[in-house]
Design a protein. Structure first.
Length: 607
């Protein structure tokens, strides 16, 4: 049967669009990926040690059972050029074997006898290791003992890090950076800076303090007692992690990246000794990538050559880099979203919902529904069904089971982001709504039509038409606050959000003079990319693919900086989709879905 973009789909979307306006990343990582793991946290620490050190005269030994005493260990390990090994209640044969492989002579125990016993220290000394214990009466005093030891024995920074002693993520986010820069990490209570820390600072060696985390973990009262304090934090552990990486971007190399769970401490702790050797960051993740983390990684994919996952499947899932955080790309959704990709599979509209492997094998029909605005995230496919011209929202498992109606609303520009779905509700004048991926908690976000919706981080971007007929590009926070106009003037269509920029076709009030333009998310640095009448544009990586109405709607591409304009195809290309190395589009004359390689080669008709 000849493949075609359903006339019902095109007609329904077209009619609704006319009634209202009268007319993310999901990218693959090219980096080499490896996993440093073993049967448990102790074995994982050994695997990390074996990756980073052929021999090491020094070893830092920390408990693997609780985090507080070990949070400051990374900076010490860097000064000693030593791995961090973890220990439980006993000195195991595996740990002994690693000490022997390293040809270690000196063992630095971090923490008191309550976490690493006197008997273990004695046993190490009996085996002819020189053993030093750095410990205080509590976690706060232990962190200060490490700072004092470093100050006395090494040339360290005059800057320090202050982090909470009540949780591990904030200290572990800064640990590789602090280690690389020689900044001691001292711990504090939320509302009380320990007296010993005040004395350490008063000694004159500290000129600046970086406070990690929000006021919920380190109060303003504590911060105001620090020299030249600077707070780095976010609303949760993952946003704090990314805030740290952004603040110290100039001190980090992204050639290598380490990924660890943000829900437990041992893997990131052991990795915090290895990462500074390459000035690499440790990126904290949940079982899925947090949206802020996905944005950080997607924007820097071209810089990352090697990704090391710390820990086993139970800590960091193998799908963490392949499952979509955003259900589809901004450009695909703007162009009706009839193709979406996740991992090795392409999901697409062909008078029904299908999936096929990227190599063309394994084609399966998932549903008889006529899907538009397809999103794929985790185990689910989300879409608007045009079969009955109602555009109700559905989800179905990626294996074709468990089809579920989520909403009776006429739903367009559907965007799945983490646990929420954002959409234009054509049943309510096209206003912007959100609903949980389980169909609950439906919430209205705007009182104006929201077209070409895109989500990036904590913001939703969309276009609309004001009462004067002028086009406006808006943003609003995902919680419904912070509404602002980013850009206004003429009319705008085909909004794409990519990296720090917003791309769109803009026309003057006459509608005759059009261009492909871009503007920063803050509304600054407006620039014209090309004077072509660029329709159905789709930004993917460094390229913009578009239907050039200045040249009979033929398929073109151009770099996001406006260079290297290239014609890809001589045939009409509408509703352009990009998935991997392929560009998909509807052919106006035959209603066929065509795909060509991004360089214009290997043209195929979808079947």
């Amino acid at each position: 049967m000849k493949s075609k973009l359903s006339l019902r789909l095109m007609a329904v979307f077209g009619l609704i669009s006319m009634a209202i306006v009268f007319m993310p990343p999901n990218q693959g990582f090219a980096a080499t990926t490896q996993r440093l793991e073993a049967a448990d946290r102790y074995g994982t620490a050994i695997a990390i040690s074996q990756t980073g050190w052929k021999v090491s005269e020094n070893v830092v030994l920390a408990t693997g059972q609780s985090f507080p005493d070990a949070l400051s260990a990374a900076t010490l390990a860097k000064q000693l050029d030593a791995p961090i090994l973890l220990i439980g209640k006993t000195l195991t044969k595996e740990l002994n074997a690693e000490l022997a492989r390293l040809q270690a002579k000196n063992v630095f125990i971090v923490g008191g006898e309550g976490v690493i016993s006197k008997e273990i220290k004695t046993q190490l000394e009996t085996e002819h290791f020189q053993v030093a214990r750095l410990a205080g009466a509590d976690r706060y005093a232990t962190s200060l003992e490490i700072a004092r030891y470093m100050t006395a024995n090494f040339k360290v920074s005059s800057e320090i890090v202050v982090a909470t002693g009540e949780g591990f993520p904030d200290a572990l986010s800064i640990a590789p950076v602090a280690a690389a820069k020689g900044m001691p990490i001292v711990l504090s209570q939320k509302n009380r800076l320990p007296e010993d820390v005040k004395e350490f600072i008063a000694g004159g060696a500290v000129t600046k303090a970086f406070v990690i985390g929000g006021t919920g973990v380190i109060s303003e009262q504590v911060m105001n007692q620090l020299p030249v304090p600077e707070r780095i934090g976010g609303s949760d552990r993952y946003r704090t992690n990314i805030a740290v990486l952004n603040r110290f971007a100039d001190d980090l190399s992204l050639d290598k990246v380490y990924i660890a769970t943000g829900k437990d401490f041992p893997d990131a702790l052991a990795g915090s000794a290895l990462a500074p050797k390459a000035s690499a960051p440790i990126i904290l993740v949940d079982q899925a990538l947090p949206i802020v983390t996905a944005d950080y990684l997607y924007a820097r994919m071209s810089l990352i050559n090697e990704i090391s996952i710390l820990g086993g499947q139970g800590a960091v899932s193998s799908t963490v880099l392949t499952d979509n955080v955003y259900g589809n790309t901004s450009g695909n959704i703007t162009n009706m979203g009839f193709v979406a990709v996740q991992g090795d599979w392409i999901y697409y509209h062909n008078d029904a919902l299908y999936k096929v492997k990227a190599d063309g094998s394994g084609k399966q029909e998932l549903s008889k529904d006529i899907p538009g605005f397809i999103n794929v995230a985790g185990d689910w496919v989300y879409y608007a069904d045009a079969a009955d011209q109602k555009l109700n929202m559905y989800k179905i498992k990626t294996d074709g089971t468990s089809r579920t109606k989520l909403s009776d609303d006429q739903s367009m520009y559907i965007v799945v982001a983490e646990n929420w779905i954002y959409y234009m509700n054509a049943s309510d004048s096209g206003n912007l709504y959100k609903i949980k991926t389980d169909g609950t908690a439906k919430t209205k976000l705007t009182d104006e039509p929201a077209l070409e919706i895109s989500v990036s981080g904590d913001w939703v971007y969309y276009t609309t038409i004001n009462t004067s007929g002028q086009g406006e590009l808006h943003k609003i926070k995902t919680d419904g606050t912070g509404s602002a106009i980013v850009y206004e003037g003429g009319s705008m269509m085909f909004l794409n959000v990519a990296g720090d920029d917003l791309y769109f076709e803009v026309a003057d009030s006459s509608g005759e003079n059009t261009a492909l333009a871009k503007v920063k998310k803050e509304g600054t640095d407006y620039a014209v990319v090309t004077d072509d009448q660029a329709e159905f544009l789709n930004v993917a990586g460094d390229w913009i693919y578009y239907s050039n109405a200045s040249d009979e709607n033929k398929l073109y591409k151009i770099k996001t900086d406006g260079t290297n304009k290239t014609k890809i195809s001589d045939e009409t290309a509408l509703f352009i989709q990009v998935a991997g190395d392929w560009v998909y589009y509807a052919n106006n004359s035959s209603e066929q879905i065509i795909k060509v390689k991004t360089d214009g080669s290997e043209r195929q008709i979808m079947d």
